[in-house]
Design a protein around this ligand. Structure first.
Ligand SMILES: [Zn+2]
Ligand SMILES: [Zn+2]
Length: 337
């Protein structure tokens, strides 16, 4: 079978490899699609993602496919099931796992980060992170369950009410996922601010978001929003997020910044507006919700997927030779898996 192997930092090679075997608690998945995201760029360049990736390794942590084989102890899925795979495997034994905060696990393993992922024809995962998907959900959409589940986790950390007006800063893939997730959960109004006329128009026309095009000089108002979600990860937009929050506001710092970046904050503003500033890391047990949001049609990810690559094109993508990518998936067996 074919695999795209990260053989060393910044070196990807398509290779013929042995089909992996399953341990008693594992599942072998015939890969349909694998999403590719910012974390893959970081891992390719030798930087950490949710954990460190040590070559040789097969990346791909946003995966869908069909169960091809199950280990002797597996009960939750069977051969032929269409599935989405949560990359994150918690140890279950550390202080964080045992206090209902597994996302902060001290021994995080991840499919496509610390063990081989979906940029290959078949990959294995522990059955406990393999989720069956409904017939209403395509395998292509299911490949991005993981990023959607990260948005679900971010929203779970907030206190939501129907009266709230929300601002999402950043019209990248994650910002756009937040728009639909928040509207599905019943907040009154979501405004998306960003730089792309096309993406803003899509989110306005198709999903009902208000929009602010900062590239055209439209301004984000101060002291206005009950919830602000920063989905860029830059100091300027982080500062903007705090300023845009209304009294009693909640600010979710979701965008992944450069590890050395800092942003300045007016502590009097935090005091006087009684702000809550919250981080969000990965996606603890959010797969069922993400699958339900897509399966029910409340969240439609397909219009947000701009590119479909084959394995060989991944190298061009991570090296910046393919431009204008909003969100790409790598097609392995596709819907025929
Ligand atoms: Zn990702
Ligand atoms: Zn743990």
């Amino acid at each position: 079978m074919k695999a795209l192997v990260l053989t060393a930092v910044k070196n990807l090679e398509v290779k013929d490899v042995e089909m992996p075997d399953v341990k008693p608690d594992e599942v072998l998945v015939h890969t349909a699609y694998a999403g590719i995201c910012g974390t893959d760029h970081a891992l390719y360049a030798g930087l950490p993602g949710s954990a460190d990736a040590v070559p040789p390794i097969v990346l791909g942590h946003e995966n869908s496919g069909v169960v091809a084989k199950v280990g002797s102890e597996v009960k939750n899925v069977k051969v032929g099931d269409r599935v989405s795979v949560d990359p994150n495997i918690y140890c279950g034994e550390c202080k964080y796992c045992r206090t209902s905060r597994p996302e902060l696990c001290e021994h995080l393993d991840a499919v496509g980060v610390t063990r081989d992922g979906g940029f290959e024809d078949y990959f294995t995962a522990p059955a406990k992170v393999v989720y069956p998907i409904p017939d209403s959900l395509s395998l292509k959409a299911a490949a991005v369950t993981e990023p959607l589940s990260c948005a679900v986790h971010g929203v779970d950390l907030l206190e939501l009410h129907p009266y709230q007006k929300v601002l999402v800063i950043g019209d990248g893939f994650m910002g756009q996922l937040f728009v639909q997730t928040l509207l599905a959960q019943g907040v009154e109004e979501v405004t998306l601010s960003g730089l792309s006329e096309d993406k803003l128009k899509l989110n306005h026309d198709k999903f009902g978001a208000k929009t602010i095009n900062t590239a055209k000089g439209e301004k984000i108002p101060n002291d206005t929003y009950d919830i602000v979600i920063e989905a860029v990860g830059r100091p300027e937009t982080q500062e903007q997020a705090v300023e845009a929050a209304a009294r009693g506001g909640q600010v979710l710092m979701f965008g992944v910044g450069n590890p050395d970046d800092k942003f300045s904050i007016n502590s009097y503003e935090v005091f006087q507006k009684q702000l809550t500033i919250q981080g969000a890391f990965i996606n603890p047990y959010c797969f069922e919700d993400a699958i339900a949001l897509m399966g029910s049609g409340k969240v439609d990810v397909l219009p947000l997927l701009s590119h479909e690559f084959d394995l060989k094109e991944v190298d061009d993508f991570v090296n910046g030779r393919i431009k204008g990518v909003s969100k790409a998936v790598v097609k392995l067996a596709g819907e025929e898996a």
